[in-house]
Design a protein around this ligand. Structure first.
Ligand SMILES: NC(=O)C1=CN([C@@H]2O[C@H](COP(=O)(O)OP(=O)(O)OC[C@H]3O[C@@H](n4cnc5c(N)ncnc54)[C@H](O)[C@@H]3O)[C@@H](O)[C@H]2O)[C@@H](O)CC1
Ligand SMILES: [K+]
Length: 528
């Protein structure tokens, strides 16, 4: 594996504090000296800082008692030698030996050190090395006060490994926490940084790779890790590209969307446009008869199936054309805009023998039915895509403070692939294999964005279902594609300019943006 591929692979792994300790112990046991690693890490961070456009030359180093503090002191020393005015705030009576050595050396160089925050001069930016993955209890007393005070300074704070105060695994705030503008996560992604509660503390996050051997990572996390961060390199082989040169439209999947009502016609349009963005070969959309003309005008390429409707304009029962049955389709996605009147339809699709995505109102109906564990009887995969509220209705007993654990429990109870939407969408399968999406944008927190995701996911699934792919990878691919479209749209139009319709117009642009070398890689891997 070349260096670039290895770097990509490392972006996928996610560790807890205990796992990181195990990985490090292996590296140290193999002979890497601890001081040498600290030096290396400190210099990597320093180089990264110098490559950024930093405003001002006055730097405050916040040094804690452990090796996180040691890392910060190395960074401070290096910035001092590069002409920055460095000041150190170090309020602890006792330091770990190595950290203590760096502290004394910094003092010997004449770098001013302070134990009281009030003495620390005004700085242009701060380096936070108070606590890393060794934080084990609530921060209290003068340290907590100092952190709260520093957060009010409104200066850029660069946190090393984690914002001090954030729990490495759960992302919870232990007492109080540094509000970083940027976090340099060291070596491997810490699980806490992928939890929603940490988002507002971590700022912009990036991984600083310090060359941990893959063998040591895999010895602790397994060859295929249980928790994966969704990255471009993880999803690239699941995208429906390249198309086979001898493709026939019926070989490219036939997706059935069951969605919409007189009241929520827009939901059906957006789901259809999301599916269109996936490039699906054949698209059928079952809607109430009265909104059929509307759907035809927006999606002329789709086969719109007008169904009999209730007095309120919801589908009363499915009326598929001719000999067609639910099992004639490659995939079914059901839910957006249906209203909660359509219980028999949800019961009917659950009996189908094809992969099934249940979203929105289909989930609410499933919650009302109280038969969620019956999903285990399905012979084909089921994908549930709730947001927080829908998840709570479906699984009232499952706590989602730790969202990773929450989806894992839900998936194991139902046998379904469960996708919990949010700023850090998490996906798990029955075996507990979990994906977390760490690149997204608040621009997607907008009505209709979920409908687009459902259509897109159905469309991808329809095209790749006959390939040797894991269903869960397809779900992760849809989430990645959807959020990248949101990011791209927000970049060009601001976060306020990403309405759900606009989002659908950016789906294809995400693919077009992927580098040419990636496309040639697909060709190599996917020629069928
Ligand atoms: N050995 C090395 O050179 C490397 C060090 N790294 C750095 O080392 C860090 C982990 O180092 P440590 O294990 O020393 O842990 P930390 O530096 O995160 O902090 C642990 C220290 O803080 C104390 N502490 C914990 N909770 C406290 C609380 N609430 N209030 C007051 N004191 C508290 C502990 O007693 C201990 O002394 C990583 O986060 C990273 O920054 C690695 O990432 C890279 C390799
Ligand atoms: K830190």
């Amino acid at each position: 594996m070349n260096n670039q591929d290895l770097k990509h692979l490392k972006e996928i792994f996610v560790v807890t504090a205990a796992q990181m300790r195990d990985v490090e112990s292996r590296v140290f046991a193999a002979g890497m000296p601890i001081p040498a690693l600290m030096e290396k890490v400190g210099r990597l961070i320093c180089d990264r800082l110098l490559s950024m456009t930093l405003k001002g030359s006055r730097v405050g180093i916040l040094a804690g008692p452990g090796h996180n503090g040691g890392d910060a002191l190395v960074v401070g020393r290096e910035l001092h030698f590069r002409g920055y005015n460095v000041w150190i705030y170090q309020p602890f009576g006792q330091l770990k030996e190595l950290t203590n050595q760096h502290f004394h050396y910094a003092q010997s160089l004449g770098i001013p050190c302070f134990s009281q925050l009030a003495e620390l001069p005004d700085c242009d930016f701060l380096i936070d090395g108070l606590f890393g993955f060794g934080l084990e209890r609530e921060i209290t007393g003068n340290i907590a006060e100092a952190i709260n005070h520093l957060n009010l300074w409104n200066k850029p704070i660069f946190s090393i490994d984690l914002p001090s105060g954030i729990h490495t695994d759960t992302g919870a705030v232990l007492g109080t926490a540094i509000c970083a503008s940027h976090t340099f996560c060291l070596g491997l992604w810490k699980q806490g940084l992928l939890q929603e509660q940490a988002i507002k503390y971590a700022g912009k996050t990036e991984l600083v790779d310090f060359d941990i051997p893959l063998a040591d990572i895999q010895a602790v996390l397994g060859e295929v890790p249980t928790i994966k961060r969704i990255t471009q390199s993880l999803v690239i082989n699941t995208l429906p590209l390249p198309l086979s040169p001898i493709l026939h439209k019926y070989k490219s999947g036939h997706l059935l969307l069951i969605c919409g009502s007189k009241r929520y016609a827009g939901g059906a349009i957006l789901t259809g446009l999301g599916a269109r963005g996936s490039g699906i070969g054949m698209l059928s959309i079952a809607v109430p008869e009265s909104i059929k003309p509307l759907l035809v005008s927006h999606l002329p390429e789709a086969l719109i199936i007008g169904c009999p409707e209730t007095n309120n304009g919801a589908i009363s029962h499915l009326q598929l054309p001719g000999e067609t049955t639910l099992n004639s389709f490659t995939v079914i996605a059901c839910g957006p805009g249906l209203t909660t009147e359509v219980t028999p339809i949800v019961e009917q699709v659950m009996k189908s023998e094809v992969p099934l995505i249940l979203d929105a109102d289909a989930l609410n109906i499933l919650a009302q039915l109280g038969t969620i564990t019956s999903l285990k009887n399905r012979h084909q995969p089921t994908i549930l895509t709730p947001h927080g509220g829908e998840f709570h209705r479906l699984f009232p007993e499952i706590d989602i403070t730790n969202r990773v654990k929450g989806v894992q429990t839900a998936a194991s109870q139902t046998g379904a692939i469960v996708l919990l939407k949010g700023a850090r969408t998490a996906i798990a399968n029955e075996q507990g294999v979990t994906w977390v999406n760490s690149e997204s944008t608040p621009a997607l927190a907008r009505g209709g964005s979920g409908d687009v995701l459902t259509g897109l996911m159905g469309g991808i699934l329809g095209q790749v279902v006959n390939r040797q792919v894991n269903m869960e990878d397809v779900v992760a691919t849809a989430v990645w594609w959807h959020s990248q479209a949101g990011i791209l749209a927000a970049k060009e139009r601001t976060e306020l300019g990403v309405d759900a319709f606009t989002l659908t117009q950016y789906l294809n642009r995400v693919l077009a943006q992927i580098q040419t070398d990636e496309i040639s890689k697909w060709v190599e891997l996917n020629i069928r």
